[in-house]
Design a protein. Structure first.
Length: 187
């Protein structure tokens, strides 16, 4: 994921690449760097962050609904998903987050990971969090053969996450969603 967007890939048994997509997680008119922008909002920051989270969650849900519809039209069934990241927990309160540049970046990542995990969960797809340090080596994607361009780093990383899910035998017992359900993390 990058702030406001994600790379998604679908793999089938073999493994083989079914497709790759760029998924827009934040609408064009939404500030993508929500927590960075919240720094200057004072007392209005909490309401603005909540509203932004709702907008991003709705956009993520719509984007993944469309992606799943595309896959279903190709008779593909999504059994599980992998999301790269260590946690769905914010690094403290909003007041703490806006005081630390590192926490701002961490919070941005959590915001988008939560939006993706919750969208997939709501759409009936369980997912695993895969910490970046547990991804297979970069050359693991060679098992997919020649992939048509573009084949960017983000897409390769998404494929590595999907490969790690398949190799672990996990079937998507999901991380904890923002709504509070207890889930599992690889690693």
């Amino acid at each position: 994921m990058k702030t406001g967007r994600a790379a998604a890939v679908a793999l089938a048994a073999g493994p083989r690449l079914v497709g790759k997509w760029d998924v827009q997680l934040a609408p064009e008119d939404q500030e993508r760097f929500v927590y960075h922008a919240a720094q200057g909002l004072g007392r209005d920051a909490a309401a603005w962050v909540r509203d932004s989270e709702r907008v991003i969650t709705r956009q993520s849900h719509a984007a993944f609904r469309a992606l799943l519809d595309d896959l279903q039209a190709e008779d593909a069934v999504v059994e599980a998903a992998a999301v790269i990241g260590d946690s769905l927990e914010y690094p403290g309160s909003l007041a703490d987050i806006v005081k630390s540049h590192n926490r701002l970046h961490t919070a941005e990542g959590v915001l988008y990971r939560r939006a993706v995990v919750d969208a997939l969960h709501d759409l009936g797809v369980d997912c695993e969090l895969v910490p970046a340090k547990l991804l297979p080596a970069a050359d693991a994607v060679t098992v997919l053969g020649k992939v048509p361009p573009p084949w960017r780093k983000e897409q390769k990383d998404a494929a590595r996450a999907a490969l790690s899910l398949a190799r672990s035998g996990a079937h998507g017992s999901s991380p904890r969603t923002a709504s509070g359900a207890r889930r599992r993390r690889l690693g």
